[in-house]
Design a protein around this ligand. Structure first.
Ligand code: DAH
Length: 336
């Protein structure tokens, strides 16, 4: 009888596990309800009295050995657990790649085009003050041109507002840098306007500014022509006289889109022409506002909305789609 217990003791101490299953089998064999230990305790009654003491000690030793072994196996799997659970031959999880937002795709493309001709990218804050958004741009208080851009004010303070255009970045940059200046300022702008399929209270613009000696309107025109050729593959443009408080003369630029398809008819309203930006020669009084000598320097500026261009390039019919972040829409730009 004691031999049997000794044998079991050896078995327990020499047991090695091949894994979780194996350990569980071992546990059930010794510690299970119908396991060896219970069985041995059960037999205690049958043991002759004079042997009871030794029997009791032996089975207690065995019980402790089993407990110690299980503890050892448990800590071993905890250490190597990760490896044991992992099947290293299993194929990996597919990594879902994100997509660039179409607005960013086009913004990056515009940045690249202008970078290739020497424009640096500049940024300014979205929360602006009156000076940078309006006054320095030749729109003093009560100037009627302020009505062209309905403004969000913050906490009723007329000097804390969400910028209505990226032209504010022109002022910030000129205040802090000497000519020659050649910058592109892409960014988000805000206007207190009703949201519809064609307009949104939040949108994006790109501002351009070039200040140097002897900059002329011809420089402006050829730069824009280069830009439209690169972005749209269309080099025919026209400039219509327009008005902006911060440029003189001012113009709006139309690209000749053509009338080759139904879509061309629709997007150009049958004219073949499409308006894409405002521009002009920086007004001398704007230069004065930022302490640049208008006798020595001149320059041009331009500004355009990004959403409209994206809608045009990718045939997107509703501006609100840009802000919904619907994955079904965004995933379509994966390969671009
Ligand atoms: N800031 C103008 C707007 O939001 C766009 C603009 C027009 C910018 C002419 C310019 C410019 O720099 O020269 O409507």
């Amino acid at each position: 009888m004691f031999d049997n217990i000794d044998q079991l003791l050896t078995e327990v101490s020499s047991f090695t596990s091949k894994g979780k299953e194996d350990t569980e089998q071992f546990r059930l064999r010794f510690n299970g309800k119908k396991g060896i230990l219970n069985d041995l305790f059960e037999k205690f009654k049958e043991v002759p009295n004079e042997q009871k003491k030794e029997y009791g000690q032996r089975i207690n030793t065995l019980k402790q050995a089993v407990a110690a072994k299980l503890e050892e196996l448990k800590s071993a799997t905890e250490i190597t657990g990760a490896q044991e659970k992992e099947d290293l031959t299993r194929p990996g999880f597919p990594l879902e790649t994100g997509t660039r937002h179409p607005i960013n795709i086009v913004r990056n493309r515009i940045n690249e085009i202008f970078r290739s001709i020497g424009f640096a990218v500049a940024e300014g804050p979205e929360i602006e003050d009156d000076w940078h958004n309006f006054s320095a741009l030749n729109m003093p208080e009560y100037h009627p041109a302020r009505d062209m851009q309905d403004t969000f004010f913050i906490e009723q303070n007329p000097d804390v507002l969400l910028r209505t255009h990226t032209s504010s970045v022109q002022i910030r940059y000129m205040e802090n840098n000497e000519p020659p200046i050649r910058i592109l300022a892409p960014g988000r702008v805000f206007r207190n306007e009703a949201v519809s399929a064609r307009s949104h209270c939040i949108f994006h613009q790109v501002e351009g500014l070039y200040i140097d000696e002897n900059v002329s309107f011809a420089d402006l025109k050829q730069t824009i022509q280069y830009f439209t050729t690169e972005l749209f593959g269309k080099s025919k443009i026209r400039m219509r006289p327009s008005y902006f408080p911060f440029t003189e003369p001012s113009a709006e630029v139309d690209v000749y889109w053509g009338l080759n398809s139904e879509t061309d008819y629709r997007i150009t309203k049958g004219t073949g022409w499409l308006e894409i930006m405002g521009c002009g020669m920086v007004d001398p009084s704007v230069l004065q506002n930022v302490n640049i000598d208008p006798e020595k320097y001149s320059g041009y500026a331009f500004g355009m909305g990004i959403e409209r261009i994206v809608m045009l390039l990718y045939q997107i019919g509703d501006i609100r789609m840009f802000f919904e972040n619907d994955k079904r829409m965004l995933e379509q730009f994966k390969s671009i």
